[in-house]
Design a protein around this ligand. Structure first.
Ligand code: KG4
Ligand code: ZN
Length: 357
């Protein structure tokens, strides 16, 4: 059994976790996530501020994760750290810290790809969310549809051609005057809105698309975002909701609901196509947008006819966290991987283990 300390600092969460296990039998012992609220006032993540906040938080966050796991640094067998993709200055805080720790304790350190972390997050709570499966990873920076035959072997079927799904949620939230990050605010507002009011075209989704067509699995959200902008202008919404009663709340809610429906219809149908083509019995959702209950429900509906089961992580494991990094790190360590002390951080890097589509 290996006890892994996971560290995640790729964006605006400073997170550490302790996970122990062998193979697919892994147990999470602790997870600490410190979200940097400071970015809220800027309406987006400010890289320099993120790096500095990680420097301030990393020691107490790691100490807390070790204490919550009921142990000390002496009980840790290896360190797993996100080394790509993300904000390079933010990543470097975690990478430098992890390397120093591993050097001081003379234990292995392994670099983990952030998106491979998201791929492993769901299995931490759902023991059955194991390969082979179809995976839809939807975060603030990435949108990927993958066929996962086994851990470490990833067929990239589709991706976004422009905005990531989470980015589309955040931009539309901004148009509607909602706080950053906007995904959960859109979901909440959409619940009271009429999703049929605005018939936004389902982006890049047509019935005549065939497997092998370049757009069969790919998605695109920038056109949808523009359609929302026109709807907002047409509805003459004020730039931000007033503190008092919102006279155009129903209009806002209808835009949020119609936008969300268009986006999740596209993601759900493309995910169902992938599950059908590869005859997968399991579909795994990951990334911050996987917090969205309407998305999980719509994917379940789309795959219902083929009988596939859909697994979605709880919000704590769907958004950025170190538990998923420790879990993916355990797999990488058991595969014989180990980084040397020149492990570096990269703003972008393909997910490891990609095989030809
Ligand atoms: O995976 P994540 O925590 O960070 C990245 O790696 O990017 O994803 C953050 C994204 C944000 O765009 C946020 O708006 C979105 O996940 N998100 C949601 C929901 N909760 C978070 N999007 C839609 N519905 C939600 N409930
Ligand atoms: Zn993420």
């Amino acid at each position: 059994m290996t006890r892994v300390l996971g560290i995640e600092t790729s964006c605006d969460e400073t997170s550490a976790a302790v996970l122990e296990g062998t193979g697919d039998d892994a147990t999470l012992r602790s997870l600490v996530i410190l979200s940097q609220d400071v970015h809220r006032v800027f309406g987006g993540v400010v890289p320099e501020i993120a790096s500095r906040a990680h420097v301030t938080a990393i020691v107490p966050v790691v100490e807390r994760a070790l204490a919550d796991a009921g142990g000390t640094l002496g009980d840790i067998d290896a360190v797993a750290v996100t080394h790509a993709p993300g904000l390079v200055g933010a990543l470097l805080v975690g990478v430098s810290f992890a390397k120093s720790l591993a050097f001081a304790r003379a234990i292995p350190v392994v670099g983990v790809h952030h998106m491979e972390g998201h791929l492993f997050a769901t299995t931490i709570e759902h023991g059955d969310a194991l390969p082979p499966f179809t995976a839809l990873l939807v975060s603030g920076g990435h949108t990927m549809l993958l066929d996962v035959e086994r851990w470490g072997s990833y067929r990239l079927l589709g991706a976004t051609r422009d905005d990531a799904a989470g980015e589309a949620f955040d931009k539309v939230a901004k148009l509607l005057g909602l706080p950053y990050p906007g995904g959960r605010h859109i979901e909440a507002l959409a619940r009271e809105g009429d999703a049929e009011r605005f018939r936004f075209a389902r982006p890049m989704l047509r019935r005549d698309q065939q497997p092998g067509d370049a757009d069969y699995f790919d998605v695109s959200f920038s056109g949808l975002k523009t359609a929302v902008l026109h709807a907002v202008r047409g509805a003459a919404l004020p730039p931000s909701p007033s503190d008092g009663p919102d006279p155009v709340r129903a209009e806002r809610a209808a835009i949020a609901a119609s936008f969300q429906a268009a986006l999740i219809d596209t993601l759900a149908e493309k995910t169902a196509r992938a599950a059908r083509l590869f005859r997968r019995e399991r579909v795994v959702l990951g990334g911050g947008v996987a917090c969205n209950r309407a998305l999980a429900a719509r994917v379940a509906e789309a795959v219902a006819s083929s009988g596939a089961r859909v697994f979605a992580p709880s919000p704590r494991l769907a958004t950025d966290n170190a538990a998923m990094i420790a879990r993916a790190g355990l797999f990488r360590l058991e595969s014989g991987e180990q980084a040397s002390l020149d492990l570096n951080a990269y703003p972008s890097l393909p997910i490891p283990g990609l095989i030809a589509a």
